[in-house]
Design a protein around this ligand. Structure first.
Ligand SMILES: [Zn+2]
Ligand SMILES: [Zn+2]
Length: 226
């Protein structure tokens, strides 16, 4: 979770001034400030870059993400509840085949009004700076809010850390790497360490017999008996 918060902070810093043309930035002007006011928004947005679990599974950049949002005006800001649906792509952790799966991520987030906005004046700075506006909180900026960090967190949590092409995927043969689902009868003759020792012994006996018959390689025989 610490990593998520770091990403969030970075994005907030980058988005100090929100771009209303960004499809993940939403306008709350129509909603208004009257507590209890409600607005539903349905929007399809292109997936931002790195949307998912890096190197594991995620929606490709630009792929459609269907958003169903409920914006609710409350005293301290705008409460956003919603669902994001997208098709994520990755590979099976067992057999490494490409896979795609639908993901539906639910989220709820509060976008607060800055103190100066909600009271029409700048709040006196508290003595303790840590008591100031919380870095991890998200804010409505000029009537806009950026859903991207919320979406990212929700989608990461909704995706499997270890995606499989199907629950029963048998993975790969640990000896040769062949895909077992496609080769159900695949196996290797077990080369047991005890068996290997027996094989070695059999060869020694054979060599001994040969030596006895020839009678010329006594030196070799002695070495093997030690
Ligand atoms: Zn698989
Ligand atoms: Zn094999």
């Amino acid at each position: 979770m610490a990593a998520l918060l770091t990403i969030r902070k970075r994005e907030q810093a980058l988005n100090a001034r929100l771009d209303h043309l960004n499809p993940l930035v939403f306008d709350t002007h129509e909603l208004g400030r009257r507590p209890g006011a409600l607005r539903k928004v349905t929007r399809s947005v292109p997936a931002p870059k790195d949307f998912g679990i890096a190197g594991v599974i995620g929606a490709p950049e630009g792929a459609p993400v269907a958003l169903d949002l409920r914006l609710e005006s409350v005293m301290e800001g705008v409460l956003v509840t919603g669902t994001a649906r997208a098709s994520a792509e990755g590979e099976c952790v067992r057999c490494l085949e490409p896979l795609s799966q639908e993901v539906a991520a639910d989220f709820q987030e509060m976008f607060s009004y800055h103190e100066s906005d909600s009271r029409g004046r700048v709040r006196a700075e508290p003595a303790d700076d840590a008591e100031g506006e919380d870095e991890d909180r998200l804010y409505v900026e000029d009537g806009l809010f950026d859903l991207e960090p919320v979406l990212r967190d929700a989608v990461v949590l909704a995706l499997p850390m270890q995606p499989v092409c199907r629950e029963t995927c048998a993975g790969l043969c640990s000896t040769c790497g062949i895909r077992l689902d496609e080769n159900p009868d695949h196996h290797h003759d077990a080369v047991d360490i005890r068996w290997a020792a027996l094989q070695g012994l059999a060869e020694t006996v054979k060599d001994g017999e040969k030596d006895n018959m020839g009678g010329a390689e006594a030196g070799v025989d002695e070495k093997q008996e030690k």
